[in-house]
Design a protein around this ligand. Sequence first.
Ligand SMILES: Nc1ncnc2c1ncn2[C@@H]1O[C@H](COP(=O)(O)OP(=O)(O)OP(=O)(O)O)[C@@H](O)[C@H]1O
Ligand SMILES: [Mg+2]
Length: 505
Amino acid sequence: METILSAAGISKSFGGVHALKGVDFELAAGEVHALVGENGAGKSTLIKIFSGALRPDSGRILYLGKEVEISAPRVAQEMGIATVYQEPLLYPELDVVENIFMGREITNRYGNIDYREELSRARTLFEMVGVDPNFLVEKVGRLSLGLNQLVLIAKALSYKSRVIIFDEPTAILTEQEARRLFEIIGRLKEQGVGIIYISHRLEEVFQIADRITVMRDGEIKGTFPAREVTRDRIVELMAGRSLRSSVRRARPAYGKPVLSVQGFTRRPQYFDVSFDLYPGEILGFFGLVGSGRTEVALGMIGIAPPREGSLLLDDRPVNIRAPFEALDLGIAYLPEDRKTQGLFNILSIRYNISVSVLGRLKRLGFLVDRDREAEICNRYSAELSIKLRNINNLVSSLSGGNQQKVVLARWLAGSPRVLILDEPTRGIDVASKEEIHNKIFDLASRGVAIMVISSELPEILKISDRIIVMHEGRMTGIFDRESATPEGVLRVAMGEAGTGIQNQG
Ligand SMILES: Nc1ncnc2c1ncn2[C@@H]1O[C@H](COP(=O)(O)OP(=O)(O)OP(=O)(O)O)[C@@H](O)[C@H]1O
Ligand SMILES: [Mg+2]
């Protein structure tokens, strides 16, 4: 097959961090080439060089047989190299059509924007990606993140791109949207488009990739035809060691619940949600995106309190109006959207991890013990293998997955009684995911009550003692871990009749 894009000996450093060390990479026309590697391996840095967002320190880029300089994102776009980043960079106040033609509007002979012509071209693009053209006149800010991403794909097609790069596209997509994305990728391949695909979900990598390249510590560790390599081999190369898999623990003893949610209602997000959470229990929350799981959690910690219903802590009603009140009562929440809700971007890694512990120490009248603080940070960054050079660096200098781990470390270090984790392993590499599961098991066996919201069914099935399923704001099923099957849980999540709700352990 003909190579359309290649990198030869690309290096890139940030200060003292060698993010890329002499990387060679090739993309052929009509192939899906997956790029995998642990958090901080250098994947995003490499594709930012292809897309013109970063300049390499050394090395060469060849495109369609010629050496090129990709000096800015615009240059890449016009050459036909499009990138779909994880967080879509669109203008929320403009509609879909305006976003697609932003900066290169179609004008009529009087020099005015020809919206009708734009609309009709956009309609063709939406037909190609298989999205309802009625969305074209909606403001982008009103669409789901998944639809935003499909808009970006339509935009990429409008440039007649020869190369499309996806950086963890499915992390924010629903099951259905992900399936549609794979269909679109299939069609693009047939048209000879080359695709670079970054993902931590190895199942989907094996499902759609023709070749897989593994990166570790800024180097390429190997490129394989997807049919000729096993998942285990890929994981081993990514981690540079074989994995310690997480060990499932015994079922907790069900005594008195630590927390009871009774009749929580906040229309239209959720209705009559009731459940108990026991010490040492891992209670999984599954449901399709929009089913109300996160909203219930936000209700519990006082961000958007329910209009009806009550929350009991140790059998006593509590009235939580803000997250810090929840934290004072020992209830911690790891938000789903860590980038905007969880991180203090302009502060150090050290501060971002220790802030939960600091608050407690200060409230008790202790001076902050710097050594103890550093010790906590170092311990957790080792346990979660956070890839960093110095805990005093800014948290924003970390790779996407490592930033996620920092927020997680903060809550693990805070030793709460109740821990609510919303999508705790989104964007996290396979090896670290096992470590995080181990950490969750460990906390539970020490009596912490843990509620885990996850959109990954395999994860929910693996770690939960009980599983609550929600559909359109209602609880539609409770499963014990013995009785939970993937098909059963998914059926109830899609809105088919549940297994009957009994609220006990
Ligand atoms: N702007 C920056 N300043 C300093 N260091 C950076 C910067 N961007 C990336 N790095 C470092 O470069 C290395 C590679 O980061 P990169 O974002 O490419 O990783 P990744 O493979 O995409 O990881 P993830 O799976 O977590 O997204 C990391 O050690 C990261 O901390
Ligand atoms: Mg990345």
